[in-house]
Design a protein around this ligand. Structure first.
Ligand SMILES: C/C(NCc1cnc(C)nc1N)=C(/S)[C@H](O)COP(=O)(O)OP(=O)(O)O
Ligand SMILES: [Mg+2]
Length: 562
C-alpha cells in the first residue's frame, strides 16, 4: 500500500533504535497506532494510563537510550506530560507523540471532545514546548519528514525529550520515504580548538594541586561516558566520589571509589575526601537542594566542571567540548597523583557489622537491607523509588556489573513501577528489582498488570511503613497517613484467569527470606513482597537529610522592603 506519515514515523523510530513503543489509544491516534503496529521492528506495549505510559517510556529510555510514548490528544497528553517532565529532568530522550484534531477543524471553529471546549487547540503544543527540547506540530503531510527528523535529532543530541503532534487525518496521508538515518544520528564532535584549549586549562587548574578529587554526577552516565570516566580516573589516580543520583555510574569495587558524597549523609567517608580536596573535577554533577542536603553540602573550592557538551574552570568556559572525548583526551595528558587514595586508606571506615535477624524476629528496615544486599548480583538492575528506599538503596553495595536506577531530580513517587516495567522489556537479560514504599506504590500500582500481561519477572520489594515517612520526617501532618491496602492480594487480583503474579507478605525475617527464594525462582511474572516495618523505622540518613531539607524549605522570604 501507500507509504504514509505514520509509516515515516515508524521507520524513523525503528532506525533510531526503538523496539517497543508505549501507548494508550484514543480516537485521535488510532490510525497512527495502526501504522506503528504495522512496522516489523516495533512492538506495541499498552499501558493502563498515560502517566504510567510516559513513566514506562522514561524507564525504557534508561535501558535503550531512546523511547516512544504515544497518546491521544489533551486527556492523554496532559498526563503523559508528567513522565515527559521526568525525562527532561533526568536527561532522557523520550519521544512524546500525540494524536491531534483533524486539520479541517480549526478553520471551522469546531468545538471538539477532549479539548478545553474552545476552538483553539494549540494549547497542548505550547505546553509541550516548555517540557521538551523540541516540539513540532505537523500541519501538512509534506512537512512531516522535516519536522519529525528535526525533533528526533534534537532529542538525541540534547538527551532531552521531544514532542511530535500528528493530526488524526494526517497519520494515513501519503508521505515520502525517509532519507539516510545518519542525518539524524550522526554525533556532534568536539570543536578541536576548544578541546585543546580546555585541556590546557585543565593542566593549569591541576598544576600544583596536591589533593585532587573527582566528583561524578548523574549526567556522566547519561552522556555515555562511563568507560572514558574510568580511563580518566585511572590516569589521575585520585579518589572518585559519586553524587547519590550517579550511583552505579562508576564501579563501586574500583580501588579509587571512595563512596557516595551526600554531605552529612554521605557513605564510606566520601565527605571527608571531598572536604580534604584542594581541587575538584565535577563530571556531570548536579548540585540541587536534595543532593546538597538543603544547601549544606555545596563544595566551597574552585571547581573544574565537565558537562555533557561544555567544560568550565574558575575564569574560563569552553563550549562544544563533548564529555567522553574530553575525558579520554585528558587521560593522556594528566599527571598521576594518588595522594588522596593514600589518605583514604588511612581514614576509610571498616565495614559496619550487620546483625542477622533470627527468623522469628519482626522485620526491620536493616534486616530488609541485609537480605536485599544478598540478592544483588552482576545481573541485577535495582530501581529505588522516592522515599526511604532512596536512602536504603544508596547504602547498598553494588557488585560488579550491577546497575542502579534512581529518579532523584524529578522525584515522582511511583515512578519505579512503570519505569522498571519499561526497562525490563528492553533488558530481559537482567534481574530487575524494585525498592518502593507503600505510598509510592499506590500511585502507579496498575502497571503491575502490564508486568503480568507481558510476563515480566520483576521483584517488587514493597516497604510498608504505613504512610509517607519521608514527608513525616520533613514535616508531619494528617496528610502523611494513607489507607493501607492488602498489597499481596492486589497484585494477585491482576492475574484474573490468565496471569502469574505472586503476592507475598513478610512480617518476619524468616518470612522475607522464604519470599525472596520464591521470587528468585518465579519467572512467569512479577513477584511483590510486602515487607511490613514500624512506621518510624527509617534510616538515620533520612532523618538528618529531612531535617536540613525542611530548614531549606522554611527559609523566610527576603524582606521585600519597598
Ligand atoms: C508523598 C511523598 N512525596 C511528595 C510527592 C507527591 N506526589 C508526587 C507525584 N511525588 C512526590 N514526591 C513522599 S516522598 C512519600 O513519603 C513517599 O511515601 P512512601 O513511598 O511510602 O515512602 P516512605 O514511606 O519511605 O517515605
Ligand atoms: Mg511509606
Amino acid at each position: 500500500g501507500k507509504f504514509t506519515v505514520g509509516d515515516y514515523l515508524a521507520e524513523r523510530l525503528a532506525q533510531v533504535g526503538v523496539r517497543h513503543h508505549f501507548v494508550v489509544p484514543g480516537d485521535y491516534n488510532l490510525i497512527l497506532l495502526d501504522k506503528l503496529q504495522a512496522h516489523p521492528e516495533l512492538k506495541e506495549v499498552g499501558c493502563a494510563n498515560e502517566l504510567n505510559c510516559s513513566l514506562a517510556a522514561e524507564g525504557y529510555a534508561r535501558a535503550n537510550g531512546i523511547s516512544a510514548c504515544v497518546v491521544t490528544y489533551s486527556v492523554g497528553a496532559l498526563s503523559a506530560f508528567n513522565g515527559t517532565g521526568s525525562a527532561y529532568a533526568e536527561n532522557l530522550p523520550l519521544v512524546l507523540i500525540s494524536g491531534s484534531p483533524n486539520t479541517n477543524d480549526p478553520s471551522q471553529y469546531h468545538i471538539l471532545h477532549h479539548t478545553l471546549g474552545h476552538p483553539d487547540y494549540t494549547y497542548q503544543y505550547e505546553m509541550a514546548k516548555k517540557i521538551t527540547c523540541c516540539a513540532v506540530a505537523i500541519p501538512r503531510a509534506i512537512d512531516a519528514p522535516r519536522l519529525i527528523d528535526r525533533a528526533l535529532r534534537a532529542a538525541i543530541l540534547a538527551r532531552k525529550p521531544c514532542y511530535i503532534e500528528i493530526p488524526t487525518n494526517l497519520a494515513g496521508a501519503t508521505c515520502v520515504r525517509p532519507g539516510p538515518i545518519s542525518a539524524i544520528t550522526d554525533p556532534v564532535t568536539s570543536d578541536k580548538n576548544a578541546l585543546e584549549a580546555a585541556a590546557k586549562c585543565a593542566a593549569e587548574y591541576l598544576d600544583g594541586k596536591l589533593k585532587p578529587v573527582i566528583l561524578v554526577g548523574p549526567k556522566a552516565g547519561r552522556a555515555g561516558s562511563e568507560k572514558e570516566l574510568i580511563e580518566f580516573a585511572e590516569a589521575m589516580g585520585c579518589a572518585v566520589a559519586l553524587q547519590p543520583a550517579a550511583k552505579g555510574m562508576f564501579p563501586e569495587d574500583h580501588k579509587q571509589f571512595v563512596g557516595i558524597f551526600w554531605g552529612q549523609v554521605s557513605s564510606d567517608a566520601a565527605d571527608a575526601m571531598v572536604h580534604w580536596a584542594d581541587a575538584m573535577i565535577c563530571v556531570g554533577a548536579v548540585f540541587n537542594d536534595y543532593s546538597t542536603v538543603g544547601w549544606t553540602a555545596v563544595p566551597n573550592i574552585p571547581l573544574m566542571t565537565v558537562d555533557m557538551d561544555h567544560v568550565t574552570f574558575p575564569g574560563a568556559h569552553f563550549s562544544r567540548v563533548r564529555m567522553c572525548e574530553f575525558l579520554s583526551h585528558l587521560a593522556t595528558q594528566v599527571t598521576f597523583n594518588d595522594s588522596t587514595m593514600i589518605e583514604y586508606k588511612r581514614l576509610k571506615p571498616d565495614p559496619p557489622h550487620v546483625h542477622t535477624a533470627e527468623r522469628e524476629e519482626p522485620l526491620s528496615r536493616k534486616e530488609i537491607s541485609r537480605q536485599v544486599q544478598e540478592m544483588l548480583t552482576d545481573k541485577t538492575s535495582l530501581f529505588v523509588d522516592t522515599g526511604d528506599s532512596w536512602f536504603n538503596g544508596i547504602q547498598l553495595k553494588l557488585p560488579p556489573g550491577a546497575k542502579f536506577e534512581i529518579e532523584m531530580q524529578w522525584g515522582h513517587i511511583g515512578w519505579s513501577i512503570p519505569a522498571a516495567f519499561g526497562y525490563a522489556l528492553r533488558h530481559p537479560d537482567r534481574h530487575t528489582i524494585v525498592l518502593v514504599g507503600d505510598g509510592s506504590f499506590q500511585v502507579t500500582a496498575q502497571e503491575v498488570s502490564q508486568m503480568v500481561r507481558f510476563k515480566v519477572p520483576i521483584t517488587i520489594m514493597l516497604i510498608n511503613n504505613r504512610g509517607y515517612t519521608i514527608e513525616v520526617e520533613i514535616h508531619d501532618g494528617s496528610y502523611n497517613k494513607i489507607k493501607n491496602w492488602d498489597y499481596a492480594m492486589l497484585v494477585e487480583a491482576f492475574n484474573s484467569t490468565d496471569g502469574h503474579a505472586k503476592g507475598l507478605l513478610a512480617n518476619t525475617a524468616g518470612e522475607l527470606a522464604d519470599a525472596i527464594k520464591v521470587a528468585e525462582s518465579h519467572k512467569e511474572g512479577p513477584t511483590l513482597i510486602e515487607c511490613t516495618i514500624d512506621q518510624d523505622d527509617c534510616s538515620k540518613e533520612l532523618i538528618t537529610w529531612g531535617h536540613y531539607v525542611a530548614a531549606a524549605n522554611a527559609r523566610p522570604p527576603r524582606n521585600m522592603s519597598v
